[in-house]
Design a protein around this ligand. Structure first.
Ligand SMILES: [Zn+2]
Ligand SMILES: [Zn+2]
Length: 247
């Protein structure tokens, strides 16, 4: 499985980073994990073709994680004239939240005469779903966003990649990350209480319990970005927009 970090930023653009979006490729299939508002910009920068993405899995319904679906739709319709189906899987009410965002930003955009099928599915806690070569299993975490938020475990090509989404520390993350080849963890803060997010201190305390081979820190706020030099655990790597990694 190949990972390309399209966007590794938080909701505030800290460090000039784009919003949450991870591109995965396995056995010729391509998937996006999260689709923040800047996803199409990031894909254009990196030469990734949105038409090759058959599935988009959304962790939770905050704009920096799902709003890019609006631009994904417009790009597919007006620029590439997409014909291949697109499957989107996310928290309950994702279809309504997407439609509300699309209509607020581009009135009538949900009524355009699409040439491709766009379907929405809803995560079911702990139940793996096979979509076009990827097995996606959601685990509920804690991060108020109008619908249940999830960490996502993605299996493909014999590899396991887990993603925390946004959340404060909850033990459910252990289930999502168990034995993962790569666990991508949000790490908004460094050592201070980070509200509905995690700080490095929360992750450091749980690194052994997580049992992932490698941990990638992402969604870093300004406080964390200025402290990355203080993290020296050999299991830990830092996300950066454009970073490519063989999982
Ligand atoms: Zn976020
Ligand atoms: Zn969030």
């Amino acid at each position: 499985m190949k990972l390309t970090v399209v966007g590794s930023g938080d909701a505030f653009g800290s460090g000039g980073r784009l919003q949450s979006c991870y591109h995965l490729e396995a056995q010729g299939r391509e998937l996006l994990l999260d689709c923040g508002a800047t996803a199409i910009i990031g894909m254009q920068r990196l030469g990734l073709d949105p038409d090759r993405v058959s599935t988009i899995a959304i962790s939770h319904l905050h704009g920096d994680h799902f709003a890019g679906l609006v631009w994904f739709l417009l790009h597919a319709h007006y620029v590439t004239r997409r014909t291949v189906p697109l499957r989107i899987v996310g928290p309950a009410t994702i279809e309504e939240r997407f439609a509300a965002a699309a209509e607020a930003l581009f009135p009538q955009s949900t009524r355009i005469d699409r040439r491709f099928e766009m379907t929405f599915d809803t995560h079911v806690e702990g139940v793996g779903r096979e979509i076009d070569g990827f097995r996606i299993t959601p685990f509920e975490v804690s991060h108020p966003s109008g619908a249940p938020p999830y960490a996502l475990r993605v299996e493909a090509g014999g590899k396991v990649l887990a993603f925390s989404g946004d959340t404060k520390w909850v033990d459910t993350l252990l289930k999502a990350a168990a034995g993962a080849d790569l666990y991508i963890s949000e790490c908004y803060g460094y050592d201070a209480e980070a509200g509905h997010h995690m700080a490095w201190r929360d992750i450091a305390q749980n690194l052994d319990r997580l049992g992932a081979r490698k941990v990638m820190l992402t969604h870093m706020g300004g406080g964390m970005l200025s402290h990355v030099g203080r993290v020296s655990d050999p299991r830990v790597v830092f996300a950066e927009d454009g970073l490519r990694l063989d999982v």
